[in-house]
Write a protein that binds this ligand. Structure first.
Ligand code: VG1
Ligand code: CO
Length: 580
């Protein structure tokens, strides 16, 4: 092949958000749009990470992925990359990409130094929906802000990109290596099985035998909903082939370009079928619900965990996994190095860390901040309220890992009486946890696609309010007399304890004397308008008060949050789009 230098001009709005660049497919299909971003990424990396390097390109299989993969292959060839690895059919979950970067060895002994992940995660897919791209580094984790800032800067000055226009399209439907001759020697594209490296890693972390026993017990039943995302490509090899689950336990496990027209976001609103099966919907399926249910998002890094007629909040989930990991999961038998959560995630994990005397960190939203802690050996388990849970086995959150962690805990709690007595259920495990550590009532209100200007004004108003706490408390008491005083308020700022880098403006916090919190922040993953997220949390230690309905327990704080922020006045919305 030969290298063509294509003239280009900067295109506005290519700033990577919380997790890469996400836009409507139509935006990505504009001439030079994807190319500018990919070249800007190559230009942001040091030469040895590009020339002669091995890179992974794959994603959740959403609409436009196949075209994007061929474009990136041609650009990689032209930029001097030596090997490109592609998951079969272009499919790799985000956690699998991370695992592949860290673990996989190519047919010629090469190791990957980075990856382009093609996904817009939990955003819908299809010709009229979202596409996305993000770059992950040598440690398997998302590019840090230093790199994403550089990429953005490059997109604003770009004037050309390199592409091997005459390179033939590679068949990515079959595994194998295709070699091309280029000006700097050989260029290889290796298509490999999407699941095998990841499955191998999972088998090295968990006790598959004990999980298999649980899944085959007549007392236990299970349901996994991949919402037609890439999780389906892992669910069958792991749950069915390795662990012996019945195929009927799997729901929506065929990956589709448009996720079957749905919203591949594993929460009570969008995972409708699973929610109905688990007995939590408005019109539930017939028969007794399974004991355990879980769902994944489009790129399978998120997870929702459900028990029979029971919802586990993600903030509780990470706390419960941390509290039980050392006895239930072989990977953690030697102990935990530390735990971490994102700022808006509830403090349930903090309480566990305190009890178990573990190092604890609170980082800004987005997985990239956990990676530094893990690379420095400071953190074993971490999570976010947004249905993200993971560990230092890779540098991304990991939906299937979280499910295997829960199955391990359930298997451990039932190891004595699996076939005899009554099963220790998901609900039992959660209620016992609350009885020991107290309960963090938690909810999140999302106002999606509001006017960007109005969202900014609301945030500015909340920042200004903070300057006088007595004033704020007067307003709060005027709204509800049954909430405690606000003790402090700030805009969250994070100093990375490993590299000292500072991230500012990471959300506005109002912290109450009794441990309750209100957090407001703007989403960094949307593709249109602005999304305001409001996080509401209340801690209850009194064991006689831990069994309340969450929305009811939080009603006073919700009232305060909405009125204090003048939510309706600023946004014109009388209700959120999604409540989780
Ligand atoms: C959201 C979540 C955040 C998560 C991010 C990426 O970001 O709140 O916790 O890390 O999505 O998840 P934001 O900026 O919209 O609040 V995923 O599954 O899209 O990779
Ligand atoms: Co995701």
């Amino acid at each position: 092949f030969s290298v063509t230098r294509k003239q280009s001009v900067p295109i506005d709005g290519q700033k990577p958000g919380t997790s890469g660049l996400r836009k409507k497919v139509k935006v990505f299909m504009q001439p030079h749009y994807l190319q500018n971003f990919v070249q800007s990424t190559f230009n942001a990396l040091t030469t040895e990470k590009v020339r002669g390097a091995t890179l992974v390109v794959s994603g959740d299989g959403r609409y436009y992925s196949k075209d994007a993969i061929q474009i990136i292959i041609k650009m990689a060839a032209a930029n001097g990359v030596r090997h490109i690895w592609v998951g079969q059919n272009g499919l790799l979950s985000t956690p699998a990409v991370s695992a592949v970067i860290r673990e996989r060895v190519g047919v010629d002994g090469s190791k990957a130094s980075g990856a382009f992940i093609l996904t817009a995660s939990h955003n819908p897919g299809g010709p009229h929906e979202d596409f996305g791209i993000k770059y992950n580094m040598e440690n398997g984790g998302p590019a840090p802000e230093g790199i994403t800032d550089k990429i953005y800067k490059n997109t604003k000055t770009i004037n050309e990109y390199l592409i091997a226009e005459d390179l033939l399209d590679v068949d990515i439907t079959a595994t194998g290596v295709t070699s091309f001759g280029g000006p700097e020697g050989q260029f290889n594209v290796e298509v490999f099985n999407s699941a095998s490296d990841y499955v191998k890693l999972m088998k090295s972390i968990f006790d598959f035998e004990s999980i298999q026993k649980l899944l085959s017990s007549p007392n236990f039943s299970f349901c996994y909903d991949a919402l037609h995302g890439v999780g389906g490509a892992y669910a069958k090899p792991i749950f069915v082939e390795e662990l012996g689950a019945k195929e009927s336990f799997l729901l929506n496990c065929t990956p589709k370009e448009d996720f079957g027209g749905g919203h591949p976001d594993p929460n009570l609103t969008y995972a409708k079928e699973l929610v109905a099966r688990m007995g939590l919907g408005k019109s539930d399926s017939q028969g007794e619900p399974p004991e355990f249910g879980a769902a994944a998002d489009g790129d399978a890094d998120r997870n929702m965990v459900l028990g029979k007629r029971f919802f586990v909040t993600p903030s509780d989930s990470v706390a419960i996994i941390a509290a039980n990991a050392v006895e239930s999961i072989p990977y953690f038998y030697s102990g935990l190095k530390g735990v971490a959560r994102s700022m808006p995630t509830s403090a349930a994990l903090d309480v566990v860390a305190k009890h178990l005397n573990l190092k604890f960190f609170e980082v800004p939203t987005g997985w990239k901040f956990f990676g530094n802690l893990m690379d420095a050996g400071l953190c074993s388990i971490c999570g976010e309220e947004s249905f993200g849970t993971g560990s230092d086995h890779i540098r991304e959150k990991d939906g299937i890992w979280a499910v295997l962690a829960w199955l391990s805990i359930i298997a451990y709690k039932n190891k004595e009486n699996l076939s005899a007595g009554r099963l220790v259920t998901v609900e039992d495990i959660v209620r016992n946890h609350w009885a020991t550590y107290g309960r963090h009532y938690y909810t999140r209100y999302d106002y999606e696609n509001v006017d960007a200007g109005a969202a900014k004004e609301l945030m500015a108003y909340l920042v200004k309010l903070q300057s006088s706490l007595p004033e704020v408390n007067k307003i709060v008491k005027g709204i509800r007399s049954d909430v405690s005083n606000i003790a402090s308020a700030d805009e969250f700022e994070y100093k990375d304890p490993v590299d000292g880098s500072i991230s500012k403006h990471q959300g506005i916090r109002y912290l109450f004397e009794d441990g309750s919190r209100l957090v407001f922040r703007l989403s960094g993953t949307g593709s249109e308008g602005a999304t305001i997220r409001l996080y509401i949390e209340q801690y209850e230690k009194d064991s006689s008060k831990i069994g309340r309905e969450s929305q009811e327990a939080l009603a006073p704080l919700v009232d305060v949050a909405l009125k204090l922020s003048k939510m309706q006045e600023f946004t014109g919305r009388s209700a959120p789009t999604v409540i989780t």
